[in-house]
Design a protein around this ligand. Structure first.
Ligand code: URA
Length: 267
């Protein structure tokens, strides 16, 4: 099995765990579906929103309401479609009445998101709004108004990723000036996708004269997300699922051979 296939299979296994999750008793009791996330399992670009709303809860897919309509529109303006990206949320279950996620719920759910990030390996992660931005930057004090439109390289789990905080489309829906800002920030995404991460740069070739000297890698200025707690370590197993297995909302990469496994968008 290729590593892309393996990662996709692991992603499906993670979805199986998430769909049986009962770590947040209130959310487990009131949800209709666990909205794991959807899209290209091998995407370079990932979006992370806050939590499913009523439409998402009903359909089992992220961003399918009005905010999703705006997200689709902004994606199309930069030449992308949903199938090109992966879309997930901080919480996989809908908070009743669309209330804000509680700190304990974010804590309970974050391993699924960190596992998604590890397996999908996106180059660029657009955090939509405060909750995703604060969680993935590991800084609860600095909000989206200050940070939107400013990309930064962070180490999340085992690898570097470029984070790009954006206003949440739902917040922008009724504020034309915020839509304009979101559109302007979106317009930089294609260029950001072309930018190499420090990890991607070729290793320096040692000077011949120094061939027997130790080669010192250039130091790279990256911030490290302080997850702070053992339970937030990427890859830690979540609670076992108690539901039967099935296919998930994970589609195959255009980079993978399409022949051997069709799109899996089965919700
Ligand atoms: N808002 C979000 O943050 N996520 C969704 O999936 C829908 C609306």
């Amino acid at each position: 099995m290729s590593s892309a296939e393996q990662r996709r299979e692991e992603l499906k296994a993670t979805w199986e765990l998430a769909r049986g999750c009962v770590k947040c008793p209130q959310l487990a009791a009131t949800r209709q579906t666990v909205v794991f996330g959807a899209g290209n399992a091998d995407a370079d670009l990932m979006f992370v929103g806050e939590a499913p709303g009523a439409n998402e809860d009903r359909r089992g897919l992220p961003f399918v309401g009005q905010a999703g309509g705006l997200l689709d529109q902004l994606l199309s303006e930069i030449g992308l479609r949903r199938d090109d990206v992966f879309i997930a949320n901080v919480l996989k279950c809908r908070p009743p009445g669309n209330r804000d996620p509680l700190p304990q719920e974010i804590d309970n759910c974050q391993d699924y998101l960190f596992k998604q990030l590890e397996l999908i390996c996106p180059k660029l992660v657009c955090t939509l709004g405060n909750f995703a931005t604060k969680l993935l930057r590991g800084d609860p004090a600095t909000g989206i108004t200050r940070l939107h439109g400013r990309a930064e390289v962070r180490t999340i789990g085992p690898r570097e990723v470029r984070l790009y905080p954006l206003f949440h489309p739902a917040a922008a829906l009724y504020t034309p000036s915020m839509v304009a800002t979101l559109r302007e920030d979106f317009s930089r995404i294609p260029d950001l996708l072309q930018e190499a991460l420090p990890d991607d740069r070729p290793a320096p070739v040692p000077d011949v004269a120094l061939a027997f000297e130790p080669v010192i890698e250039p130091s790279v200025a990256v911030a490290v997300v302080e997850q702070g707690r053992e339970t937030s370590v990427v890859g830690q197993a979540a609670e076992p699922a108690d539901q039967p297995s099935g296919e998930g909302p994970i589609s195959e990469s255009p980079r993978q051979a399409a022949a051997d496994s069709p799109q899996l968008n089965l919700f």
